[in-house]
Design a protein around this ligand. Structure first.
Ligand code: ATP
Ligand code: MG
Length: 181
């Protein structure tokens, strides 16, 4: 589906503001997209972003900081690359655990007494969705000081004349074939 990304991402990012605020986490988001009209599946994009932001929320203590940024780099004609960054000053992930966080049901702390809720499927889903769209994910983390996720997603740009709402009147399509006597 064709859609305008800036508006969508701004709403999406903004919808997390009160959640972060309620935990005393400073939250900043920036959305700056150049070609903003792309073919996108907004449900999947929403799942990717909300999983990363809810992890940032969960694994960042009060007084921490979370940043979200979305930007676009033009690629070859007709395509662009969306870059999403979610950065937190949370508990971090040890280097030896890092390769496993995208595994289904993997949680760094899997003890029954752990203080974080969840089932360990969020990042597995994010990884699947990103790979399905030929994108990639990078993660950098330092135990005790924070984590940064970077996602790159190639997207197809919708040509100016084909953007919904910019077209002239829809072509009239005859309901039935005209009969030829
Ligand atoms: P679910 O997403 O199903 O609610 P979850 O959040 O525990 O559960 P994932 O989102 O898949 O599962 O993350 C897997 C594990 O990676 C987490 O349990 C946590 O140990 C670690 N992790 C993920 N994001 C962060 C983060 N921002 N900071 C620190 N650790 C993280
Ligand atoms: Mg999660």
């Amino acid at each position: 589906k064709a859609g305008e990304l800036t508006h969508f991402l701004q709403l999406m990012a903004g919808s997390f503001a009160s959640l972060f605020e309620s935990k005393g986490i400073t939250y900043h988001y920036t959305v700056s997209l150049q070609p903003a009209w792309v073919q996108m599946d907004s449900d999947k994009l929403e799942q990717i972003i909300s999983n990363l932001l809810s992890n940032a929320y969960k694994f960042t203590p009060t007084k921490g900081q979370v940043r979200f940024s979305a930007s676009v780099e033009p690629e070859q004609t007709g395509t662009c690359e969306l870059q999403l960054i979610v950065e937190d000053t949370g508990i971090g992930i040890a280097e030896q655990q890092l390769p496993r966080i995208f595994d289904r049901f993997y949680q760094v702390d899997d003890s029954t007494t752990r203080s974080y809720e969840g089932t360990g499927i969020g990042l597995a889903l994010v990884n699947e969705l990103v790979e399905l769209h030929n994108g990639h994910i990078q993660v950098e983390s330092t135990l005790g000081s924070g984590t940064t996720f970077r996602i790159h997603l190639p997207l197809e740009i919708v040509p100016a004349g084909e953007r919904p709402g910019q077209k002239g009147p829809e072509l009239e399509i005859p309901v039935s074939e005209p009969s030829i006597p």
